[in-house]
Write a new protein. Structure first.
Ligand SMILES: Cc1cc2nc3c(=O)[nH]c(=O)nc-3n(C[C@H](O)[C@H](O)[C@H](O)COP(=O)(O)O)c2cc1C
Length: 239
């Protein structure tokens, strides 16, 4: 039982303790950047998805299940574009913070989205990062199927693309110090739920992946494992 005490503490609210602790925001420290840097010349603009037919919310929620086997063929790029918008797309950029298609505690949005692309129309295979402020992608590196398999603890399936979400905890810690980590865990659930719902509405299937190798997933994406690390992943394929 002692093994669970730290985990249970993490799940409980510690908001009252916040009044004894000054966050960096309260100390007057400047906020961290809300986006990672990138080379503007290398941004791949994603397809328009405004005319994509989608199921109703009612039909979609009724139909949603986890899928682990997918049809052959490539995913149309407008569908991937829709999924990226639905999971991390910008609704409004307020300068110091952003509003997106998903909620986030204090609008801190501490996540980055990486894609392991195996079969998407108009995109070569490889590892990409989503650029929400441009609704585009940056190609990062070639794919590595051996490392992917290690990262996913052999849960490779035959999906066409794998979403990996990393978190940059300081974006949340700057404002919420000790309560940040529970907020981050809640936030990422909203992101993956939007993925399930959006995918189901356009005949794609999702399998959330919580059981992954931290070290190998971070290595796959080139993350330092401390200031940025993977928190969740999801397969997406043709249903
Ligand atoms: C946080 C979380 C982690 C999960 N991790 C995995 C996983 O590592 N591998 C897997 O095959 N399914 C995983 N799943 C999918 C669940 O097994 C699935 O949601 C559950 O069996 C219920 O089925 P349903 O999604 O069809 O309702 C995960 C789901 C969630 C929400």
């Amino acid at each position: 039982m002692e093994n669970y005490i730290e985990g249970r503490k993490f799940l409980k609210s510690q908001w009252e303790k916040l009044s004894d602790i000054k966050s960096d925001q309260q100390k007057g420290v400047n906020p961290p950047e809300r986006f990672l840097g990138y080379d503007e010349n290398n941004v791949i603009c994603l397809s328009d998805f405004s005319t994509l037919p989608t199921r109703t919310v009612l039909e979609t929620i009724k139909k949603r299940t986890t899928k682990r086997k997918f049809k052959e063929g490539k995913i149309p790029q407008d569908k991937l574009s829709y999924l990226l918008w639905a999971t991390q797309g910008l609704r409004e950029d307020k300068g110091k913070y952003t509003f997106r298609t998903v909620p986030s505690a204090g609008a801190r949005h501490s996540f980055e989205t990486y894609l392991y692309v195996k079969g998407v129309e108009g995109l070569k295979e490889g590892i990409y990062r989503y650029i929400p402020e441009k609704h585009g992608l940056i190609f990062l590196k070639e794919k590595d199927d051996v490392l992917l398999s290690k990262a996913l603890l052999n849960q490779t399936f035959n999906s066409q693309v794998i979403f990996f979400w990393s978190c940059i905890p300081y974006r949340m810690e700057w404002r919420y110090s000790i309560v940040s980590h529970k907020m981050i865990a809640i936030d990422i659930g909203h992101v993956c739920q939007n993925l399930y719902i959006a995918a189901e509405s356009v005949d794609l299937g999702v399998c959330a992946i919580g059981a992954y190798s931290q070290e190998n997933a971070d290595k796959l994406l080139g993350l330092d494992g401390n200031d940025e690390f993977v928190v969740y992943a999801a397969h997406v394929g043709k249903a």
